[in-house]
Design a protein around this ligand. Sequence first.
Ligand code: FES
Length: 115
Amino acid sequence: MSDASSRPSYYERHIFFCLNKRSNGENCCADHNAQEAFDRCKAQVKSQGLAGPGKVRVNKAGCLDRCAAGPVAVVYPEAVWYTYVDAQDIDEIVESHLKNGRVVERLLTPPHLGR
Ligand code: FES
C-alpha cells in the first residue's frame, strides 16, 4: 500500500462549486448566483490557459453541507473553503489561488459555519 499523500495528483488544483438548488425555500447556493460564479471561474481558467491535466479543473458540485456560509466553493488539495460574493471575488480566487497558490484570506469561509 502506498501513502496517498505522496501520489502525484492528476490536477494541480481542483475547485468545486456548490450549485445546489432547493425548492422548499431553504437557503441554497443557487439562490446566491452560484451558477454565474461557476461559469465565470470556468471561463477565466480556460482563457488564462490554466485548464487541463497537471493544471486546474473547475467542477460543479451538489450540496457541500455548508449552506449557511453559501455560496461556497472549495479548492483541493489544500481543502480551502471560500465564500464569494461577486465576479471580482471569483477573479481573485483564480488569479491568486488557482494560478499562484496563494490563499485569498479575505474570502475564507468562517470555520464554524456548516449547514
Ligand atoms: S446548498 Fe450549497 S452548501 Fe448546501
